[in-house]
Design a protein. Structure first.
Lengths: 335, 309, 346
């Protein structure tokens, strides 16, 4: 026997075991959302992405109040000035191009700098990027809101009703999704005049399909669960059940899908503006900036590269955060 | 199985009919035609309208259009006078299909490889690299990627043609890479999650307990089981490729249907837009149909239950 | 009797996000050639982890803290990956709990059954398939020849478990680990699988480790029983010793919780409480918080094994010479009376 400790005389007296100690659950008990939040916080990429997005949103909102220069002010004397960061003489940001100080060459007054350079109309790129980011985000968020209302509504109605309503609604979805969604967006933009509203509407009208499908699948699952059956037995109206019982249980699906839809909408806007049927000039958006940049790519690559960096970082942050949210809320399903 | 395929083909025809009709009426709603030039004399305008059948009532135009579509005739282009839309499409579909096929093959094969390796070496540096690849592939808009490739690889580095479709295969390398990025990223991500799932399944543990080594388990059991579901994302990837081709062909000045579509939009060449919309829809539905049938054939569970029905 | 497997002082930790889980806390047991050892315990008691260690199939986040696993005289824990691959499916094979998920859904069953043979012996494919037919027939798959090309989903749950058994025995392993092989099956099928395992054991002369949480199944198949609780073995003995002369209050609880025909009771007994948190195992006896017979020493010091007979020992302070005599539950008293009668007859 390995016990070396001397045994105390009263050691064999009955122990006092509190009743509560028996039933104590050993592991710390976390609610579903606490657990999800813990998993999300562990995902470094998602946390960094979240703060990046906060930063980008803040900068974009700030552009409502103040920008380094007037984003739409044209000055043909300042055409295609390279980036210059004051008098810091940082390589690539010193106002030189092909060994020539373009600022001196264009007789730009001392103290006037364009941190990211200027475009073919002498407009400040940084200011246009700030404003353009705001407009792209605006389009992304508003289109996603529409998409959310249509998609969630459609999904719940289709899944909840079942039967022929469901069959019909699913056939409609199948037909719509047999046309590439951007083709539909393009057709819609041909009918309505290109502009902020029509772009938002066109994107919203085509992108709700995924949301509707996911919500329908979830609704079908929830429909047969005890708490919903109980509510139905108690005679609650369908609308009330949908709002009180379905939507809260669908919330994680909705949040995750929303996070995936926003970057898609931003991409659509950029794509449309890039091929020339998006926002009309002189409105700046990430798409129009990329379009302008592409035209001068071979001589002024920075005009494409900086807006490209912004859109890539934006898409990256949204995608990483969405991935993180999905993993956190639903660690089992990956798709 | 045959009944199922016939049913699907029936639905495909119905879909195409609806898409053709909706597109037609959308185009009718459009403000004006390319003949809205006020300088055009009235008699010449009337002659043009007669030539394009625009003087007839809308329902008759619609029937004519449908009749034409059934016979593969999508009317005549406004922009290229006298050019048949069907000719315009058929003469340009080749490069697009070649690019699309190349991008699809390169993307899915590399994606499967990358995803599989990432799953096997989960949480290693390979996994990290694959994850970064996949997320970048999803986050960089294809036109940005294409433009950067063109600038850095073709223009600055000078190893491949900057644009055009004249140097045979080497002209197709950069556009293929630009197009393949999205399917590569999607496949890699999908494959990784499938494979991670499969690798933690009971039958893999059983295979290990039989004496399969790590690599034998992958080669004999895990790879096939995780590759089968990848077939299901070919449809969405085809959409990505069609959309991607519009900008990528434009950037690299490739005479394909994507480039034609964008050009027709900017010149309001409605017959071509209509024809290409139907064409895209046709290609997509055919791809989805083939994928569904293929899936039934490679998954024994579906194949055999299909026979039983 | 010759020992085929000996596990000594085995301790295994798992690294999890919440901290280190001490899943196996110093386990000793052995298995003789040709016998059946049942390891009984509730979920999470460490039965399966112990078996995966014997197979060399531990998860990545597991680490062996101490101990040895001797299989046919060789230390499994010291084996290279290659040696482990050679051992698995050859010297030791495993039957899994859920037959619905343990077969590759996209591979014909003939190929799956023949695979261990092709891996470990120099057999041609045709010969291996022939042998597969023989083994499949042995485990009770009728018309095996014509079903070689069938896929798992074309078989019922019971049939699939027979196929899993065929895979395990095709190489005549010396040790067969059955990890709850009947839990996922219907009761009638359970009995069939148990008698199949017994028949096979006779035929190929293999030792079986039978893992279960159901003592009822044990009586029909095991020679010896080890009871596990919270990562430790708390009592072991022959099947008669465990069923009729149990010493550990946890074994009492398990036996009381088992429905029997001879007792007429209104309600089934359940052991109160839940198993302890193995992140921070409690001081003293892990079972103490749920033990109605717990003494002060149980809360301070882990009990060592007190031998009851040559084959029987239990880790409970109740067996200490200074411990007061306690009154076991009615059901256990009844069993012990039967035991005493049997002993008297000898």
């Amino acid at each position: 026997m390995a016990d070396t400790k001397p045994i105390a005389p009263d050691a064999f007296a009955p122990a006092q075991v509190a009743e509560t100690a028996k039933e104590q659950i050993a592991a710390p008990n976390l609610t579903f959302s606490q657990d999800a939040l813990r998993r999300l916080k562990q995902n470094k990429a998602a946390v960094i992405s979240f703060w990046l997005l906060v930063l980008i949103f803040a900068a974009a909102l700030l552009s409502l109040v103040v920008t380094p220069h007037d984003p739409n002010a044209q000055n043909l004397n300042y055409t295609y000035l390279p980036p210059k960061w004051g008098n810091l003489h940082v390589p690539f940001f010193d106002g030189y191009q092909n060994g020539i100080d373009m600022y001196a060459h264009n007789q730009v007054p001392k103290g006037t700098y364009f941190l990211l350079g200027t475009d073919y109309l002498g407009r400040d790129l940084l200011s246009r990027i700030l404003v353009g980011t705001r407009i792209s985000l605006f389009i992304g968020v508003i289109a996603t809101l529409f998409d959310l209302v249509i998609g969630v509504g459609y999904g719940i109605i289709s899944g909840w009703n079942g039967g022929w309503v469901d069959t019909l609604m699913q056939r409609v979805i199948e037909i719509i999704s047999s046309v590439p969604n951007l083709v539909v967006v393009i057709l819609m933009l041909l009918v309505f005049k290109p502009g902020l509203t029509s772009i938002i509407v066109a994107i919203a009208v085509t992108s709700w399909i995924t949301m509707a499908r996911l919500i329908r699948a979830q609704t079908l699952k929830l429909k047969d669960q005890e708490f919903v059956l109980a509510a139905r037995t108690l005679g609650e109206s369908s609308v009330k059940i949908a709002v009180k019982h379905l939507v809260p249980n669908l919330s994680s699906t909705i949040i995750i899908q929303t996070m995936f839809t926003i970057p898609t909408a931003i991409f659509f806007e950029a794509f449309l503006s890039y091929i020339g049927i998006g926002l009309p000039a002189p409105t700046a958006s990430l798409g129009t900036l990329l379009n302008d940049g592409q035209k001068a790519l071979q001589t002024q690559p920075y005009l494409l590269i900086y807006p490209a960096i912004v859109i890539v970082v934006l898409m990256l942050a949204f995608n990483l955060l969405a991935d993180g949210l999905r993993d956190a809320f639903d660690p089992k399903s990956a798709h | 199985m045959i009944k199922y395929i016939l049913k699907r083909i029936g639905f495909l025809i119905l879909t195409l009919f609806l898409v053709a009709s909706i597109t037609f009426f959308l185009m009718k709603l459009l403000p004006g035609t390319p003949f809205n030039n006020p300088k055009l004399p009235a008699d010449q305008l009337a002659q043009l309208k007669a030539q394009y059948g625009l003087d007839k009532p809308a329902w008759q135009q619609y029937l004519n259009y449908l009749w034409g579509v059934v016979h593969g005739d999508f009317g005549t282009s406004y922009q290229f006078t006298g050019q048949k839309v069907s000719y315009l499409i058929s003469s340009r579909v080749g490069p697009s299909l070649q690019l699309g096929a190349q991008a699809m093959v390169v993307g899915t094969l590399l994606g499967i490889l990358l995803g599989a390796v990432a799953a096997i070496r989960k949480n290693s540096w390979v996994d990290a690299v694959a994850t970064i690849f996949a997320i970048l592939g999803r986050s960089i808009p294809n036109f940005v990627f294409a433009a950067l490739l063109q600038y850095f690889v073709a223009f600055k580095w000078g190893v491949l043609p900057v644009a055009l479709w004249e140097d045979g295969f080497s002209s197709s390398v950069l556009p293929t890479i630009a197009l393949a990025m999205a399917p590569l990223a999607n496949t890699a991500r999908f494959m990784r999650t499938e494979m991670v799932d499969v690798l933690s399944s009971d039958y893999i543990e059983l295979a290990r307990s039989k004496g399969d080594s790590r690599w034998q388990v992958v080669a004999r059991h895990a790879l096939r089981n995780s590759m089968i579901p990848v077939v299901t994302i070919i449809g969405p990837m085809a959409v990505d490729l069609m959309i991607g081709s519009m900008v990528v062909e434009n950037i690299f000045a490739i005479p394909g249907i994507g480039e034609q579509f964008v050009k027709s939009i900017t010149t309001n060449d409605y017959p071509v837009i209509m024809g290409l919309t139907v064409m895209y829809c046709f290609m997509l539905t055919v791809v989805i149909l083939i994928v569904d049938i293929l899936y039934g054939f490679i998954d024994p569970r579906i194949r055999l239950s299909g026979e039983a029905n | 009797m010759e020992e085929i497997l000996a596990v000594k002082d085995l301790a295994i930790d798992f690294a999890t996000y919440a901290g280190v889980v001490h899943a196996i806390r110093h386990v000793d047991f052995h298995l003789n050639k040709g016998e059946t050892l049942a390891i009984v315990g509730e979920s999470g008691s460490g039965k399966s982890v112990t078996m995966r260690t014997v197979m060399g199939l531990l998860a990545n986040n597991a680490s062996v803290v101490s101990g040895t696993v001797q299989l046919a005289g060789e230390d499994v824990l010291a084996k290279s990956e290659k040696a482990l691959n050679e051992m698995r499916g050859n010297e030791v094979a495993m039957i899994f709990q859920d037959p619905m998920t343990s077969l590759d859904p996209t591979m014909p069953i003939g190929k799956q059954v023949a695979e261990p043979l092709l891996l470990h012996t120099k057999t041609t494919k045709a010969e291996a398939l022939k042998e597969a037919v023989r083994v499949l027939t042995l485990v009770g798959i009728t018309d095996a020849q014509s079903r070689l090309k069938d896929y798992p989903h074309q078989f019922s749950g019971g049939q699939r478990q027979r196929i899993v058994i065929a895979i395990a025995i095709i190489n005549h392993p010396q040790v067969l680990i059955a990890d709850e092989p009947t839990t996922a099956l219907d009761v009638t099928v359970q009995a069939q699988i148990i008698s199949l395992l017994k028949a096979i054991q006779k035929k190929i002369d293999t030792a079986i480790i039978f893992i279960t949480h159901d003592l009822g199944v044990v009586a029909g198949i095991a020679d010896r029983v080890a009871v596990m609780y919270a990562g430790k073995i708390v009592e072991y003995g022959t099947v008669d010793e465990i069923f009729y002369n149990p010493m550990h209050p946890y074994t009492w609880g398990l036996l009381e919780a088992m429905p029997t025909l001879s007792t007429v009771r209104q309600r089934l007994f359940a052991i109160p409480g839940t198993p302890p948190d193995l992140l921070n195992p409690p001081q003293g006896d892990a079972f103490a918080p749920r033990n109605p017979y717990a003494m002060k020493i149980d809360q301070e010091q882990e009990p060592p094994f007190f031998p009851v007979s040559k084959t029987h020992a239990a880790a409970t302070w109740l067996l200490h010479p200074d411990a007061p005599a306690v009154e076991p539950p009615e059901e256990i008293k009844r069993r012990k009376q039967l035991w005493a009668q049997k002993e008297a007859k000898r």
